[in-house]
Design a protein around this ligand. Sequence first.
Ligand SMILES: O=C(O)CCC(=O)C(=O)O
Length: 265
Amino acid sequence: MSEHKLTISLLQMDIALGEPEANFAKLSQMMEEAVGSDPKPDVIVFPEMWNTGYALDRIRDIADRNGERTAQFISGFCRKHGVNVVAGSVAELDDERVRNTIYAFDREGNRTAEYSKIHLFRLMDEEKYLHAGDRLGLLDVDGVPSGMMICYDIRFPELTRKLALGGAKLLFVPAEWPHPRLHHWRTLLTARAIENQMYVVACNRVGTSGTTSFFGHSMVIDPWGEIIAEGDESERILKAEIDLSVVDKVRSTIPVFADRRPELY
Ligand SMILES: O=C(O)CCC(=O)C(=O)O
């Protein structure tokens, strides 16, 4: 059982509604701060829809066309600093459709994976403006099989289980999860970690958009369900070291995956 550790920085940022310029500038500052810290992170994670926020009524005008601006912005940074980035999610427009998409980049700046949110959140009218993804989000981070999902997706345990069965030991969850559902956020993330015996790294935004306020509380949870880092409601960078050998230890202590009875359910 080899020890494999990763240091992860979560950029728990405020997001200016419908203002990509301001958001790119803010993110750039926070990314520089993250790589300037000691120890330098192996992976940096951003929140959901950090380029635009939920400016859905004008999302087609401000979404990133084919994710090109995001790729240009992040790729050079990864190469320069030798860091992996799970670039939260951005509103991204192809020829016709806007999707809520995570792009992931490796230390050489290659775009290695992408995932578009598959469960659109009706309470925030996402289904009226966004197009749902239709593929799972699996990726490799420095040799660690990992999964990606976005915000509301954590309410669907089948999705996390599928990623775990696909090999994921680490789950990234960018989010814009608002008050008053802090209890749901903490409980669901913790349950996903315990039932799948995996690390969960969830990066939520802070600040207010219109009447909706976002509580942060970004979290890193270990495969035993212990919260090893949790943010408060302020804009900040949260940092944690994870040890992937713990996944194997927990999975061999309580062999949930071997004990499943999928033929019955
Ligand atoms: O499920 C929830 O309570 C929040 C989900 C959400 O805000 C989102 O998916 O953007």
